[in-house]
Ligand binder design. Structure first.
Ligand code: NAD
Ligand code: FES
Length: 291
């Protein structure tokens, strides 16, 4: 069992938890994710890691209650326990493979949309610890949905934008990126993490601006284990699975329209049957356990 040490509501329906999980904390790197099960009957929930503390043996997660399992998770309090915390899973961010010299030569911008702000934090913090500067654009619908502002301020140059203009700049993250570019910020590396539609339009813009862009495809994961086939996507014409081959991919090569359409279809039995007929075995590796 994994004890919850802290549980807070960061914004309406967005919850932060610090969980005791020493082995995960010891091994995880920015960009990776966890699978959580609230109780023995619970379904697996793949969640990106928001922060970790190796000394204390803790990991931090941020979750939006959007379904039965995440709602159940959001109701837990400090002192409660989770049945499973498995990880770290997925490949770490590309940034972790670059040398400090390489990183220092880059002008890096992170685009953090809504709840996707949480997985951006460990990447910005990682760079700060290496002495590498970066810009972060946080986009939220309204002021009260901006999360982790103070913590970001400690690790990056922070730009906030709200869709309704209630805080920071006004408009979506794409407008803020274009404005910052026009103001002279010639970025040469972008990491965009947020809703699929946001990542699609950020990639469209960064393609025009010529900024290589990495995206995190966590939103299409279901079980996060390479077994269910839900997170199948096409990257540069090649079939990939977000949970085992990612979660981060070259955003300019991702077929977002196909991934978003497939995500909708995967939600119903009828849709899954359609995908099976269309794609054959939607399973990742054909492990023989599909039945
Ligand atoms: P949201 O709908 O409030 O959007 C956040 C920001 O994204 C907006 O403020 C806007 O600036 C930008 N955005 C939205 N649509 C856009 C468009 N068409 N063009 C340009 N910019 C656009 O976000 P939310 O409700 O907090 O997000 C929840 C989503 O985030 C869920 O779908 C979840 O799956 C996803 N998420 C993704 C990751 C990841 O790893 N990619 C991690 C956590 C959550
Ligand atoms: Fe099920 Fe990737 S989430 S195969």
């Amino acid at each position: 069992m994994f004890k919850i040490l802290e549980a807070n509501e960061l914004a309406t329906n967005i919850f932060q938890m610090i969980v005791e999980a020493p082995r995960v904390a010891d091994a995880c790197l920015p960009g990776q994710f966890l699978i959580i099960r609230v109780d023995d009957e619970g379904e697996r929930i793949p969640l990106t890691i928001c922060d970790y503390n190796r000394e204390k043996g803790t990991v931090e997660i941020v979750v939006q209650a959007i379904g039965a399992e995440t709602y159940k998770l959001s109701k837990l309090k400090a002192g409660d326990e989770l049945a499973d915390v498995v990880g770290p899973l997925g490949k770490p961010s590309d940034l972790c493979e670059m040398s400090v010299e390489e990183l220092k030569k880059k002008k890096i911008v992170f685009i953090a949309g809504g709840v996707g702000t949480a997985p951006v934090y460990p990447q910005a913090k990682y760079l700060k610890e290496l002495g590498v500067d970066c810009d972060v654009i946080i986009g939220a619908k309204t002021k009260d949905l901006v999360i982790l502002e103070d913590r970001f301020k400690e690790v990056c140059n922070l730009h906030i934008t709200t869709d309704d203009g209630s805080y920071g700049r006004s408009g979506m993250v794409t407008k803020a990126l274009q404005d910052l570019w026009d103001e002279g910020n010639k970025y040469d590396h972008c990491v965009a993490i947020g809703p699929m539609i946001m990542m699609k339009f950020v990639c469209k813009l960064t393609q025009e601006l010529g900024i290589p862009t990495v995206v995190s495809m966590n939103p299409i994961m279901v079980d996060g284990t390479g077994m269910c086939g839900a997170c199948r996507l096409t990257v540069g014409g090649k079939v990939q699975f977000a949970c085992v081959d990612g979660p981060e991919f070259d955003g300019h090569k991702v077929d977002f329209d196909q991934a978003m359409n497939r995500m909708k279809l995967y939600k119903t039995e009828e849709g899954r049957l359609f995908l099976k007929a269309q794609e054959g075995d939607t399973h990742h590796g054909g492990c023989g356990n599909c039945e």
